[in-house]
Design a protein around this ligand. Structure first.
Ligand code: NAP
Ligand code: ZN
Length: 335
């Protein structure tokens, strides 16, 4: 079987049609006919080799929704035609201490859907069944696709760091991840502040559930917010002035980075020491947290605000993400 994709054939080039021959389906794999695939900023980082781990041809795409087309012989819990999703991770060893603890996203042998594998800007994908997720009926395919990576990535640290209702949480960067983080933080009972470089996102951020909105260029407002947050969840894709944001944390507050700008973080050490502040990181989510996130999203009617385009218009869609013009997630559709 031939799989038709859109691929970067070299670093930072526009995507072009690329076809590859599918390997025989393994006994533990599911073949999925892709209907929708979200564009995560990580896809852009990969196309540009920002993280130094890309190889070409590179087929991006790891916010996949589609229907089960074929099942490996040992996969019994999915049905042909069932709606399913796939996120960033496509494999783990299943035996290490992290896999045994249900934290497969910490497995040292983990594989990503579109690093060293061909991803979801395609008509079909074959994935290990442990990384295939049933999609709740109430969520539309376009709105749920971005939850498979973006939603999971913000839900996991909110579950880790939010301890009580009314906790003061700031979401830094209101893009694909950020606009989902606002919705999850609101549904978890937090006092939510959106911090953005884009003043024109205020009304939408408030509609999504932000109780407060700060513009990064408003120095007076930022100064007034010093010492006010228990958690800042950074989803920004570009380097920023980290010290300014550490100041916004209350004593014992945490800056958790999920955004992955391709540059080192630097800050004076006393911005952490004196008020016992922490910097943390978080990567995607484990399969059981992804399932929990999907159920929580269905319960609270959380979904991405999307703009859809046909898969063939992938370069137009990528440009919108590149230029911070997506509102708030571009989703590619196979007709
Ligand atoms: P996105 O849709 O492009 O959103 C990023 C947002 O960052 C923008 O909308 C913008 O928000 C803000 N931003 C952009 N340039 C900025 C700048 N120069 N200074 C300050 N803020 C800026 O990207 P995304 O898909 O949400 O992904 C965000 C980041 O998360 C990427 O680095 C991606 O690779 C990473 N990621 C990490 C994981 C993980 O497992 N840790 C998983 C998925 C994605 P405003 O307009 O509101 O300022
Ligand atoms: Zn992603």
């Amino acid at each position: 079987m031939k799989i038709n994709t859109q691929a970067a054939l070299a670093k930072s080039t526009p995507l072009a049609p690329f076809t590859y021959e599918a390997k025989p389906l393994l006994h533990d794999q599911v073949a999925i006919k892709i209907t929708h695939c979200g564009i995560c900023h990580s896809d852009l980082h990969l196309i540009n080799n920002d993280w130094g781990n890309s190889s070409y041809p590179l087929v991006p795409g790891h916010e996949i929704v589609g229907t089960v087309a074929e099942l490996g012989e040992s996969v019994k819990h999915f049905k042909i035609g069932q709606r399913v999703g796939v996120g960033w991770q496509c494999w783990s060893c299943g035996h290490c201490e992290w896999c045994m603890a249900g934290e497969e996203n910490l497995c040292p042998k983990q594989q990503a859907t579109c690093i060293g594998n061909f991803g979801g800007y395609a008509d079909t994908i074959q994935v290990n069944n442990r990384f295939v997720f049933p999609i709740p009926d109430s969520l539309s395919s376009a709105a749920v696709a971005p939850l498979l990576c973006g939603g999971a990535t913000v839900y996991a640290p909110l579950r880790r760091f939010v301890n009580y209702p009314g906790q003061r949480v700031a979401i830094l960067g209101i893009g694909g991840l950020g606009h989902l983080a606002i919705q999850f933080a609101n549904a978890l009972g937090c006092d939510v502040t959106a911090i953005s470089t884009s003043a024109n996102k205020k009304a939408e951020a408030e509609k999504l559930g932000a109780h407060h909105f700060l513009v990064e260029s408003d120095e007076a407002a930022l100064k007034q917010a010093n010492n006010s947050f228990d958690l800042i969840l950074s989803t920004v894709s570009q380097p920023i002035h980290w010290e300014n944001y550490l100041k916004l944390l209350r004593p014992k507050g945490v800056l958790c980075c999920v955004g992955a700008p391709p540059a080192a973080i630097s800050f004076p050490i006393f911005s952490l020491i004196l008020e016992r502040k922490s910097i943390a990181g978080s990567n995607i989510a484990s399969p059981h947290i992804i399932n929990a996130m999907l159920k929580f999203a269905a319960l609270h009617n959380i979904g991405a605000v999307v703009e859809t385009l046909p898969m063939s218009e992938v370069n137009t869609a990528l440009d919108k993400v590149r230029n911070n013009q997506a509102r708030y997630r571009m989703v590619l559709i196979n007709s």
